[in-house]
Design a protein around this ligand. Structure first.
Ligand code: APR
Ligand code: ZN
Ligand code: ZN
Length: 362
């Protein structure tokens, strides 16, 4: 039976979010209804609210979530009611060329749940942010968006693996393929950059150099595993990274800002034959000019990282286990836990750069 729950809605471009009653239908074939326990507040939610993604208002926000499966539709075998799961925003098809080649993060034939949740007051259809919509007591997703993990992990920690933290850790361990003894530089130490630092530390990097323009961010970066910090407001970060790596440059440089000037720094701060990973998301008008001879002469690889190039079924349980063993402290990413009615305030704090993650706990 369809049920009514509370959820956080972005009603229209640049309007404040508000709590509304939403109708969650029963799961259809291949779908699941998940009782949400925690959901992080991400920049992408803010972009939805501001109208930066598309204009299919009203949105049901929230996509970094963990919870318990309440019910499943016909044909669902991978998860069952009672399972503790982390949600991911791409239920991949499993059949296309990208999927068959083991690169499902490039699957564009996603099978997220159909948008069937509605506003109780008007019957209007809701667009769930990133196909999830988890700032709600319950939400409807495709079963392929649910990954079962050890329920011993606190939900507010687990949920973060659904987006930003996975993107950063994955940029280091999956895309950058950081290995034991490598030198790594991470440019931009917000939530994503800090996760890339934690991932590099985890992978056994010999040096992890954090670069930011804000000293507060650099302090936090140290707690995540940065061995050296560079404030690039007063110092040329390329020079500084070279100096810290015996004059060579880093084996892997991870750009976690998403701007041409920081990408240029990343490009020149890597060692010959090193790797540059772009995980910061640029805007459509951004362009970068580089001498082709430098691209040729410096060798190595220039990569972008999509959702940390993660395989949820492989990476979510692994990272949860490492957290539970005390080898990767994901709790550091949770700055504060808040209630469902405090999301608007969390956006303000995010905008001011005061938090790594505010997490709604239900
Ligand atoms: N040089 C170095 N650091 C910079 C610069 C710069 N020119 N400009 C901004 N920064 C720093 C900020 O001080 C901040 O610490 O980059 C960090 C960005 O962090 P957040 O705004 O918290 O963003 P985050 O959530 O980490 O995401 C970073 O990755 O996934 C993408 O869309 C996301 O593009 C975004 C990026
Ligand atoms: Zn996100
Ligand atoms: Zn596919």
């Amino acid at each position: 039976m369809a049920q009514e729950v509370r959820g956080v809605i972005a009603p229209g471009k640049d309007e404040p979010v508000r709590i509304e009653t939403i109708v969650v239908p029963d799961p259809g074939p291949g779908e699941a209804v998940v009782k949400i326990q925690a959901c992080g507040v991400c920049h992408t939610d803010l972009h939805y609210k501001q109208g930066g993604i598309n204009d299919e208002f009203p949105f049901l926000l929230g996509h970094e979530a963990a919870g318990v499966v309440e019910s499943v539709g016909a044909g669902v075998t991978d998860v069952a009611p009672g399972d503790f799961v982390i949600l991911n925003w791409r239920a991949v098809c499993g059949k296309c060329r990208a999927c068959r080649r083991g690169r499902p993060w490039y699957c564009f034939d996603t099978h997220n749940a159909e948008q069937r949740m509605t506003l109780a007051s008007t019957g209007q259809e809701l667009s769930p942010a990133l196909g999830i919509g988890a700032f709600a007591e319950k939400t409807l997703v495709a079963a392929g968006q649910c990954t079962k993990v050890d329920p011993a992990v606190p939900a507010e920690v687990a949920g973060l693996l659904g987006c930003g933290v996975m993107a950063g850790i994955g940029a280091a361990i999956n895309t950058g393929n950081v290995g034991r003894g490598d030198t790594v530089a991470v440019i931009g130490c917000g939530g994503v950059g800090d996760a890339a630092i934690a991932g590099s530390y985890l992978a056994g990097a010999s040096k992890v150099i954090a670069v930011d323009i804000d000293d507060r961010k650099l302090e936090t970066a140290r707690t995540m595993g940065a061995t050296h910090t560079v404030n690039s407001r007063g110092t040329d970060p390329v020079e500084a990274i070279r100096e810290l790596t015996g004059g060579f440059g880093a084996d892997v440089v991870i750009e976690a800002v998403g701007r041409p000037e920081t990408y240029r720094q990343a490009f020149y701060a890597r060692d010959l034959a090193g790797t540059v990973v772009l995980v910061g998301v640029p805007t459509p008008e951004m362009k970068l000019e580089l001498p082709l001879l430098d691209v040729f002469g410096r060798g190595g690889s220039l990569k972008s990282s999509w959702y940390g190039d993660c395989l949820p079924s492989r990476d979510f349980p692994m990272l949860v286990d490492l957290h539970l063993q005390g080898r990767l402290d994901l709790g550091k990413f949770v700055t504060e836990t808040i209630r469902l009615d405090e999301v608007e305030r969390a956006f303000d704090r995010m905008h001011a750069g005061d938090v790594l993650r505010s997490v709604v706990v239900l």
